[in-house]
Design a protein around this ligand. Structure first.
Ligand code: NDP
Length: 334
């Protein structure tokens, strides 16, 4: 398939200064792997514990503006919610004065929905790992790659796709077993990322909570038995691993025939209902309604967010989980 890239070279990045802005989950991992791959990486971070950590781990660390001034390429790896402000206050003007620049994002959100509009002298590229930062570092140690989506919003140099592929190589995603870059776009990445977060993840959580409430309250099942069956045993992560390795339907052969029959009949029974939910959510993402909703929520000080967090952690299921995890000695960050 022509949109699949399995390997590339680092030639375009050699001799360039690459600023990683934000030494957090992604920033620390991507910076470490690029440095191990022989690239010249500096860090831009606000003066906090991550600034100190980056220094301790042997990087040259600067305030964000100074790092951008010194760089030819910047990877903007601060949280999406603060990215627009960081970009406008600390980056836009500096890169406007350069003859050219490469600005890389790990998520399509802010560019796709028009919150960040870099100047025309800049290549605007996307290299979005489908992997958490710790996972990137673990795979790097094992000599393995991981999937990334790559995209180009603005191609000033005429080499923007090459930059995206080179960065995918530099951060250890491609050129290694398990590694693949898929040519995509900021808009596509934002759509599919949000679509997961707005559909199957909350549908799964709702289903688990409803299963717990009905089984415990209406059928007298013990909370411990319910929790272990529905997710606490870890079987769910085994299923997810088999889905990735063997295929979503192929992995069903590891379950009983009764289980396969129940899953297939109910999947087709509920499909139309679920498809309608997905259709509505996709529309809301694509037309920018969700981005507006989230911006308003942030501007109001996150009232809905905190209310719903509270509702979730005060639910009967969360309380039962705390009890069970205490007995099982599982570490939790409450
Ligand atoms: P983090 O939450 O780990 O934060 C990254 C860094 O940004 C930290 O050093 C943080 O410092 C700093 N930061 C936070 N607020 C500000 C601010 N107001 N001004 C300047 N710096 C600030 O981010 P992630 O690594 O999770 O996400 C970075 C990007 O990567 C995002 O675009 C995200 O969507 C994308 N991404 C993330 C993945 C993940 O696994 N987390 C997976 C794929 C993509 P401090 O905490 O001290 O404020």
């Amino acid at each position: 398939m022509s949109n699949i890239v399995l390997d590339f070279n680092l030639d375009l990045l050699k001799g360039k200064t690459i600023a990683v802005i934000g030494y957090g989950n992604q920033g620390r991992a991507q910076a470490t792997v690029m440095r191990d791959n022989g690239l010249n990486v500096i860090i831009g971070n606000i003066k906090d514990k991550y600034f100190d950590l980056a220094k301790k781990e042997g990087f040259e660390v600067y305030e964000i503006e100074e790092a951008v001034k010194r760089a030819d390429i910047a990877l903007l790896l601060v949280p999406d919610e603060v990215m627009k402000e960081v970009y406008e206050k600390k980056i836009h003007q500096i890169i406007s004065y350069k003859s050219d620049f490469v600005l890389d994002f790990a998520s399509g959100y802010n560019v796709a929905f028009g919150f960040i509009r870099p100047p025309s002298n800049t290549d605007v590229i996307l290299v979005a790992p489908r992997m958490i930062g710790e996972g990137i570092l673990d795979l790097h140690k094992q000599g393995k790659g991981y999937p990334v989506l790559i995209g180009v919003k603005q191609d000033h140099s005429g080499k923007a796709w090459d930059y995206a592929m080179a960065i995918a190589k530099g951060i250890g995603a491609i050129g290694l077993p398990g590694g693949v870059a898929v040519k995509s776009s900021f808009e596509e990445e934002a759509l599919i990322d949000l679509l997961s977060e707005h559909t199957w993840v909350p549908i799964l959580f709702s289903a688990i909570k409803a299963c717990f409430d009905i089984a415990v309250k209406e059928y007298g099942v013990s909370p411990e038995a319910a929790l272990l069956e529905f997710y606490a045993s870890g079987e769910l992560s085994e299923i997810a691993r088999l889905m990735a390795e063997e295929g979503i339907f192929n992995q069903m052969v590891h379950h009983s025939t009764t289980s396969q029959y129940g899953t297939l009949t109910r999947m087709f029974k509920y499909y139309d209902l679920i498809r309608k939910i997905v259709e509505d959510e996709a529309k809301d993402i694509w037309n920018g309604n969700f981005a507006k909703e989230w911006t308003l929520e942030q501007q109001a000080g996150y009232p809905v967010f905190y209310r719903l967090w509270n509702l979730a952690i005060e639910s009967e299921m969360a309380k039962a989980e705390r009890e069970l995890y205490k007995i099982l000695g599982r570490i939790r960050k409450d």
